[in-house]
Write a protein that binds this ligand. Structure first.
Ligand SMILES: NC(=O)c1ccc[n+]([C@@H]2O[C@H](COP(=O)([O-])OP(=O)(O)OC[C@H]3O[C@@H](n4cnc5c(N)ncnc54)[C@H](O)[C@@H]3O)[C@@H](O)[C@H]2O)c1
Length: 402
């Protein structure tokens, strides 16, 4: 059977996936690993027989000469698009970590590269495959909820202050020091899109800043906002409220769908808790009005059983298995290039909304040529390059001390 012969670009997060590929040998050959940071590259040497490269072009050339047919992008958050395009132009399929594109211009460039080269592209969005989120999807698909009218997604990921300070000190222009709160939205929004099949159409957002974060990390970090809340009109008529990546004390990600007849919410991705609730007048005869229970990956078929031993609550393994199904068997992924850039564009415009007190923005339709032409003119970015140059947007709200 044909395999995905894959290279991993970026060996920090990428190492998690390299481990999965090295384990699922019936589906993957791990062909090469690339990272320009020598210390990080040393950790990649734990994959015996897999050559490592510090330079991307040498990695790609080796890949071309050795039958590499796909690349997993786990390089800097804001630099996925140019490398995705290079890989596709070299004849390889691409799976990209979030975010797919970091400017509106890149959204168009990515879509057009997929269309031009005919290569496959998918986003490695893993949170829809956490066990409680899989259960949420199952309930939504059962039809028992009626139409979903409202959805919430919260991705909370706080970090210890020492870690934040160390990152700023070792690499002052690192993307994590500049990431506006709306930009890392795929883990909050992705599960809502996946469960409802919907696309974002309009977005407005607001952020709040944190004096405590300012005190903890001083001036070396440029995103001391605590959280952003985004609010969307979605293509299925529902409204959705979700975060980007918050820096709140609770390290607890949760999701909720509210339908005409019932609601379902997850009470912590890690614990696997789910709560289903009917209204008194919509409760089926044979079910209680409220059910609280716990699910685990083993409840979700063959892929769940394989995923039970993988990272991020099994989500990374699901992503890998679905990537194989797409690249080798041609099964379309949910997060194709159009849905992926729609999420990136929502994050980008939501940040502009935060900077303008909640102004409402229409999310471009990247299949529409007029929208593409407008977006091609827009390359505003909050991210500086390695030397601290090139950022054209603020990455946090003006700090007032409040
Ligand atoms: N889905 C998830 O659950 C999840 C979890 C963690 C990270 N991520 C995503 O994965 C990506 C990577 O995250 P990370 O935390 O490892 O980031 P990071 O910035 O710590 O690591 C990126 C690595 O890429 C390497 N790199 C960057 N540019 C390179 C170049 N031109 N040539 C060679 N090497 C290069 C860097 O040296 C670094 O080691 C990000 O997009 C992040 O959003 C996703």
């Amino acid at each position: 059977m044909e395999k995905v012969r894959i290279g991993v670009f970026g060996a920090r997060r990428g190492a998690n996936y390299a481990q999965i590929f090295a384990k699922l040998t019936d589906r993957f050959d791990l062909v090469a690993i690339c990272d320009k940071d020598i210390e990080t590259l040393k950790t990649a040497e734990k994959f015996p027989g897999t050559p490592v490269f510090a330079d991307f072009d040498s990695f790609l050339t080796y890949g071309k000469e050795n039958g590499m047919n796909a690349v997993f992008l786990a390089n800097y958050f804001y630099e996925h698009t140019p490398f995705a395009i290079k890989c596709m132009e070299a004849g390889m399929d691409v799976i990209s970590e979030c975010t797919a594109a970091s400017t509106l211009k890149e959204c168009v460039e990515l879509v057009e590269a997929v269309e031009r080269t005919g290569r496959k592209f998918m986003l490695a969005e893993n949170y829809p495959f956490a066990a409680p989120n899989l259960e949420m999807n199952k309930f939504a698909a059962s039809g028992k909820m009626g139409k979903v009218v409202y959805a919430e997604g919260e991705y909370n990921h706080s970090g210890p202050a020492a870690g934040l300070r160390a990152l700023s000190a070792s690499s002052p222009y690192h993307w994590r020091c500049y990431l506006p709160r709306t930009y890392y939205l795929t883990h909050a929004m992705g599960p809502l899109m996946f469960a409802t099949g919907s696309m974002p159409e309009y977005v407005s957002a607001r952020a709040s800043t944190s004096p405590m974060l300012h005190e903890l990390v001083g001036d070396s970090r440029h995103n001391c906002d605590c959280t952003a809340i985004m609010f969307c009109e979605m293509s299925n008529g529902m409204i959705a409220r979700f975060t980007g990546c918050t820096a709140m004390a609770s390290d607890y990600s949760r999701y909720r769908l509210v339908g005409e007849k019932a609601s379902v919410e997850t009470t912590g991705v890690v614990g696997g808790g789910v709560r289903k609730m009917y209204f008194a007048h919509t409760k089926p005869e044979d079910e209680p009005q409220e059910t609280n229970y716990v699910v685990s990956q083993g409840d979700f078929g063959d892929y769940g059983k394989i995923a039970a031993s993988g990272g991020h609550g099994g989500g990374d393994t699901w992503v890998s298995l679905r990537m194989y199904d797409y690249f080798v068997k041609g099964v379309d992924p949910f997060f194709d290039v159009y849905r992926s850039v729609a999420m990136s564009a929502t994050a980008i415009l939501a940040w502009r909304s935060c900077l303008h007190h909640g102004e409402n923005f229409r999310v471009p339709d990247f299949r529409d040529m007029k929208d593409r032409a407008e977006c091609l003119k827009d390359d505003l970015t909050p991210f500086p390059d390695d030397n601290g140059n090139g950022a054209t947007l603020p990455s946090e709200l003006p700090y007032t001390g409040k």
